[in-house]
Structure formats: structure tokens, C-alpha cells
Ligand binder design. Structure first.
Ligand code: NAD
Length: 346
């Protein structure tokens, strides 16, 4: 309903194509009458240029207060010892769940009718960065070591999230992806926790399945339709989420949500695309789909669905597409056509 009160949210346009796709997304949200009241902040290279910090305190304060953000891609400055702002955001706001839906929007690709969701644990596993070298015989880097950590509590939290998400979205099956046959401790407790939680709380309400990660990678290519919701640990999720983006036309169509105890941050999965930045040809759909997830998150799935349907119609009925999808439209032309579709759907 159009009378709902405004919802405070942080807007980070980001680097490279970020400002172009953010402007396009805001136009679409305005046309929808989305209830967000934006506080615009800088991060990434834009943060470094503005105040020498890729994650300025003002940006963090804004997210702390709004608990909700839409974020364009951030470039990690090379050299200067900067850590990735994306990783810092995940840690700062304990964004433990990374949600990556993959749905076919443009039929006629290698795989049609794909509709699956990957839930990736975002705070633990082999991504914690506990890495070091052991020197031997004068070679300081003779041995490289990495320590992965999964906690029972972290496993419970993400598995719970995946089951609840599946129920809320009317999904049928949750597949837990692991490598417990080899990494018996690190991913063994993940699998064990998933089984326990399923048996205790979700049996009869959802189907449950276990797949080893290497087999999962193959099955996704051979027959992706057998999956529905997948839940896995950090590194496996990182790899499989790019694989499922590839099933539906690549990174230009892939949105992501990072959901945590203290905030939820929505973003496009792709980077700042420096090769096409400033040319006005970027595909804004990934960020727009992220905005649609953000609307779902604030209990406005009606608006999220309208946005998704309008994107679908612009691509497939009007046949207006940007270059990465084989079309000729600029970012502005695509957005203008989309806005017409959104208005027509009111
Ligand atoms: P990238 O995703 O920026 O680009 C890869 C290729 O895909 C490029 O050819 C690019 O032109 C194309 N592409 C990406 N998004 C597109 C879009 N919306 N429309 C049309 N074409 C698109 O990956 P990269 O080049 O490896 O990374 C560039 C920068 O982005 C790096 O600094 C990296 O650290 C950063 N990055 C940020 C995030 C994030 O903030 N979430 C994610 C990945 C990479």
C-alpha cells in the first residue's frame, strides 16, 4: 500500500559502473513508489577519494542506524594494505547469510526454466583468513597454511536460515552441500548440524538431501532442475554461486543479499566493470533484482514482484536489452523502457 511509512536505508552507489546502475535502479524504484528514504554514502575507491578510507565511519554509522543498505560494486584499492570493504562489511555487521537466487529471465540460453537459490555461510569456514607460511631452509614461503573454522553455532544459524527461507518462499527441498567425507571436522559438523535440525524441526515440511560438493558442481551442469534451495559453507558457496549465475546468463543478471544479525545489505554480484565504466552501456538488472530482494525483505514482495515482472517484460516482450545480453540498448534506454512497464503495471 502506498501509504506505508518511509523506510530509512543507506545507498552506496559504489565505483566504476556503480553510479550508472544505481541511478537506473533509483529511477525504477521511484516509478514503483518504493518506500525507501535514502541516506547516500561513499565507500570503495569513492571513499578513498573522498576521505582516504574505503569504508568511512559515516558510511558504517549510516548502516548501523538504518540496518538496511543497497550497495553498488566496490573496488578494492590495490596496494596500500586495504582490506576488501565487502569483507569488512560482512564482519562488521555479522552478515552470516549470503543469498544468491538464480532464475532464468531471458529464455533461449543454454538452460531454461532455472529457479534455484543458494544460501552461503558468509562468516566462517576457509574464508576467515587465518593463513600463514612456514619457512624451511631459507625459503620463507616453503609451506603455506590456511585454517578454516566452522562453529556449531554458526552452522545452526545458517542451516536454520536456509530452512526458514525455503518455507517462507514456498520452496520444496533443501540440499546441504558438504565435503564431510574428507574434511570430517570442518564440514562434518555442518552436515551433522543440518541433519539434526532437519530431523528435529523441518521433517515433513520440506524435503532434505545431502550432496558432496564435487558431485554437486557436476549435477548443476548436467541437471540443475533437480535442485531447489542449496545451503553450504563459505568457500563452496563462493564457487557454486558463480556457477549458478553462469546457468542464467552470467553476472549481469545475478543479485545477492547479505543478511545478518545487525543489518541486511543488497548488491549486484558483479564488480565495478572498469572496462565499460562511464560508457552508459552497463546492464543495471543485477542491482535492480537486488533492490527487488530488498523490497521482499521489508515485507513489500508486491513491489518486488512488480519490479521482477517489469524487467521480464522489458527484456522478453519489448526486447529491449543491453549489449551483454546481445541487445543494443544503453543503460538509459533500458531503464526508460522498464519505467514504462512499471507504470503500466500500477
Ligand atoms: P567485474 O564483474 O567488474 O567484470 C567482469 C566482466 O563482466 C567485465 O568484462 C565487465 O565489463 C562485465 N560486467 C560486469 N558487470 C556488468 C554489467 N552490469 N553490465 C555489463 N557488463 C558487466 O569483475 P572484475 O573486472 O574482476 O572486477 C572489477 C572490480 O570490481 C575489482 O576492483 C573487484 O575487486 C571489484 N569487485 C567488487 C565486487 C563487489 O563489490 N561486490 C564484486 C566483484 C568484484
Amino acid at each position: 500500500n502506498s501509504t506505508s511509512p518511509p523506510i530509512a536505508a543507506t545507498l552506496i552507489p559504489g565505483d566504476g559502473i556503480g553510479p550508472e546502475i544505481t541511478a537506473a535502479t533509483l529511477e525504477a524504484l521511484d516509478a514503483l513508489g518504493a518506500p525507501f528514504k535514502w541516506d547516500q554514502q561513499v565507500a570503495g575507491m569513492a571513499g578513498v577519494n573522498a576521505c582516504g578510507d574505503p569504508l568511512p565511519p559515516a558510511c558504517l554509522d549510516s548502516i548501523r542506524s538504518s540496518k538496511l543498505a543497497l550497495k553498488g560494486p566496490l573496488e578494492t584499492p590495490i596496494g596500500g594494505g586495504y582490506r576488501s570493504s565487502n569483507v569488512r562489511l560482512r564482519e562488521e555487521f555479522k552478515l552470516y547469510a549470503n543469498l544468491r537466487p538464480a532464475r532464468t529471465i531471458v529464455p533461449g540460453g543454454r538452460y531454461d526454466n532455472i529457479d534455484l537459490v543458494l544460501v552461503r555461510e558468509n562468516n566462517e569456514g576457509l574464508y576467515m583468513g587465518y593463513e600463514h607460511f612456514i619457512p624451511i631452509d631459507g625459503d620463507p614461503h616453503a609451506v603455506g597454511m590456511s585454517t578454516g573454522i566452522n562453529t556449531r553455532q554458526g552452522c545452526r544459524r545458517i542451516v536454520h536460515f536456509a530452512f526458514e527461507y525455503a518455507l517462507r518462499k514456498g520452496r520444496k527441498k533443501v540440499t546441504v552441500v558438504h565435503k564431510a567425507n574428507i574434511m570430517k571436522a570442518l564440514t562434518g559438523i555442518f552436515l551433522e548440524t543440518a541433519r539434526e535440525i532437519y530431523e528435529a524441526q523441518y521433517k515433513g515440511r520440506l524435503e532434505f538431501e545431502e550432496v558432496i560438493v564435487d558431485a554437486c558442481a557436476m549435477k548443476l551442469v548436467m541437471n540443475p532442475w533437480q535442485f531447489d534451495v542449496l545451503v553450504t559453507t563459505n568457500l563452496f558457496g563462493d564457487i557454486l554461486s558463480d556457477e549458478i549465475a553462469g546457468l542464467v546468463g552470467g553476472l549481469g543478471m545475478a543479485p545477492g543479499a547479505n543478511i545478518g544479525e545487525h543489518a541486511a545489505i543488497f548488491e549486484a554480484v558483479h564488480g565495478s566493470a572498469p572496462d565499460i565504466a562511464g560508457k552508459g552501456i552497463a546492464n543495471p538488472i543485477a542491482l535492480m533484482l537486488a533492490a527487488a530482494m530488498m523490497l521482499d525483505h521489508v515485507n513489500r514482495p508486491d513491489l518486488g514482484d512488480r519490479l521482477r515482472k517489469a524487467i521480464d517484460a522489458t527484456l522478453n516482450v519489448d526486447q529491449v536489452r543491453t549489449g551483454d545480453l546481445g541487445g543494443k540498448a544503453s543503460t538509459r534506454e533500458f531503464t526508460a523502457a522498464l519505467v514504462q512497464r512499471i507504470r503500466a503495471s500500477a
